[in-house]
Design a protein around this ligand. Structure first.
Ligand code: F6P
Length: 575
């Protein structure tokens, strides 16, 4: 990795045009549908559409072996996909034709890859462990990254050791992270995943502005032993600021309004020093980060403070280490053995060539129960875009709906639709075999259930098999024809299985980075800017106007009739 701010384009594109608008912003104008691999894949989709995966396994004893790869402690079995060698060759050729290598390198060296906000995209710098310099606009960012991390670690240690005292001299027992979106989901997901390693204060998360969330959280807490982390990249997010004000008042009520106590119980994580101090939090109690860290990519920054508080700096270091290992794998492994590239291109196959519109994340470990929600923001806020980087409307599908719940619970809920519903919905099965404190007999049942589901989705059960089963069970012959259609499984339903030897901070770091890069690769192929989120702005603008109206400030004339009627209902109820 090298510094500098010139775009690092290492090969000429085979299609489209490289445009360096400025020496800081890389723009590769690339319509994927005009590439040869895209055309080839369209033809292959028709050809392979009639081949059942069950047949593919029957005729190819090596299939499981061939479509499997392992890196960073994560085994990816992608053999239960509707693919053959031709499909894989063309998918990888598509990635190549879309200049994946050049765009990846541009991101890693600090180009302004986020072109609509003219910003670098450098969450990878937060976990970088090599010896090179990483520059943004000529400025070496690593010394600052390390300095903030050291401050966070020192602070976390003071709280964890009991040295940091609250207003009456007691140590901190509970930490409440107040944030939303990327300032909540990442740290929350990781804290849950690593719960078995928790050794510091109890960590709670408040995100919803519905007062039920903060009220229920504070109900059992003692102001004297509670520390609030106000996490907001912009420090303008209404939900977070409203909850932060309520928390502040809760503290002040307990100390008879003594403002000097705030410094002992409030810290902020933000890029916006001015707003933090305006809120009343001392700049000394603020941990910063940078505009080149996207909210949904920020858990590696000071936004990870709740993780450091819960499991300690050493485990946070291991999390960063695992992510760095995946970064290096993504940067250097050939496309055919590159985990993020494989996951991304398989997703593209289903979305753009086989008509899938959603994708399930099914972690089997309970501790990964917030992973689907985290990945939902990561993926949908990144690739839920309808225009290309150059502003042209896309003429193809982009980011699918990402959804899911822990798989074992899902089996008793949404899996029915995956097996027999009318939509094609690829699934990522994620299973870590061990974790601190696991009970082997439980894990056997867990693993068996996970593998059974992917096998069932792939092979299905045909009418002959159902008939034989019903006959063996003694069902009267005349009842069998009616029973068969309900019990037939078409199968041929794709899935990936991601197997982790153990869920550790390190393997979790690798897993998260794997999905970050998967999202990146898909954004490259779709030629969208995966790093802005303009789509959330309109709702925010309207909400602030409606809130003013609800408070009686202006009239509701500017809104549509439906919204005006709803406003009237609320005014009536809250009168
Ligand atoms: O509204 C979406 C969003 O901007 C996310 O991208 C972000 O993670 C979240 O809100 C929270 O933003 P902030 O950290 O600035 O409060």
């Amino acid at each position: 990795m090298s510094g500098g701010h010139k775009a690092c384009i290492d090969s000429a594109p085979r299609c489209g045009k490289i445009i360096l608008h400025t020496n800081r912003t890389v723009q590769i104008n690339m319509n994927p549908t005009l590439t040869t691999p895209w055309q080839n894949l369209s033809a292959l989709a028709v050809e392979t559409g009639s081949t059942h995966m069950r047949q593919l396994f029957e005729v190819d004893a090596q299939r499981a072996e061939r479509y499997r790869t392992k890196a960073c402690g994560i085994l990816l079995d992608y053999s239960k996909n509707r693919i053959n060698d031709n499909v894989m060759t063309q998918l990888l050729a598509l990635a190549d034709a879309c200049q994946l290598g050049a765009r990846r390198d541009a991101m890693f060296v600090g180009e302004h890859f986020n072109n609509t906000e003219d910003r670098a995209v450098l969450h990878t710098a937060l976990r970088y462990q090599g010896k090179e310099v990483i520059r943004v606009d000529g400025h070496d960012v690593l010394p600052e990254v390390r300095a903030v991390r050291e401050r966070c670690y020192a602070f976390a240690q003071r709280v964890r050791s009991g040295e940091w005292k609250g207003f009456d001299g007691q140590s901190i027992c509970d930490v409440v992270n107040i944030g939303i979106g990327g300032s909540d989901l990442g740290p929350l997901m990781v804290c849950e995943a690593l719960k078995s390693l928790a050794s510091g204060p109890r960590v709670h998360f408040v995100s919803n502005v519905d007062s039920a969330h903060i009220v229920a959280t504070l109900k059992h807490l003692n102001p004297a032993t509670t520390l609030f982390v106000i996490a907001s990249k912009t420090f303008t997010t209404i939900e977070t600021l409203t909850n932060a004000r309520t928390a502040r008042q809760w503290l002040l009520d307990a100390v008879g309004g003594d403002e000097s106590t705030v410094a002992k119980h409030f810290v902020a994580v933000s890029t916006n020093r001015e707003k933090v101090t305006a809120f009343g939090i001392d700049a000394n109690n603020m941990f910063g980060f940078w505009d080149w860290v996207g909210g949904r990519y920020s858990l590696w920054s000071a936004i990870g403070l709740p993780i450091m508080l819960a499991v300690g700096p050493e485990n946070f270091d291991a999390l960063l280490g695992g992510a760095y290992e995946m970064d290096e794998h993504f940067r250097t492994a050939p496309l055919a053995g590159n985990l993020p590239v494989l996951l991304a291109m398989l997703g593209i196959w289903y979305v753009n060539f086989l008509g899938a519109r959603s994708h399930v994340i099914a972690p089997y470990n309970q501790t990964l129960h917030r992973l689907p929600a985290f990945l939902q923001q990561l993926d949908m806020e990144s690739n839920g875009k309808g225009v290309r980087r150059n502003g042209e409307r896309v003429a193809y599908a982009t980011g699918p709906v990402i959804w899911g719940e822990p798989g074992i619970n899902g089996q008793h809920a949404y899996f029915q639709l995956l097996h027999q519903g009318t939509s094609l919905i690829p699934v990522d099965f994620i299973l870590a075999l061990r974790q601190t404190g696991t009970l082997p007999n439980h894990q056997r049942t867990l693993a068996a259930s996970c593998f059974a589901q992917s096998a069932a989705l792939m092979r299905g059960k045909d009418a002959d098999e159902v008939r034989a089963e019903l006959t063996a069970r003694g069902m009267p012959e005349q009842d069998i024809p009616l029973a068969i259609p309900h019990r037939v499984f078409s199968g041929n339903r794709p899935s990936n299985t991601l197997l982790l030897d153990e869920l550790t901070p390190r393997s979790l770091g690798s897993l998260i980075a794997l999905y970050e890069h998967k999202v990146f690769v898909q954004g490259v192929v779709w030629d969208v800017n995966s790093f802005d989120q303009w789509g959330v702005e309109l709702g925010k603008q309207l909400a602030s106007g409606i809130e003013a109206v609800l408070g009686g400030a202006t009239n509701a004339g500017a809104y549509d009739a439906s919204t005006q009627a709803l406003i009237a209902c609320v005014r009536e109820l809250l009168r």
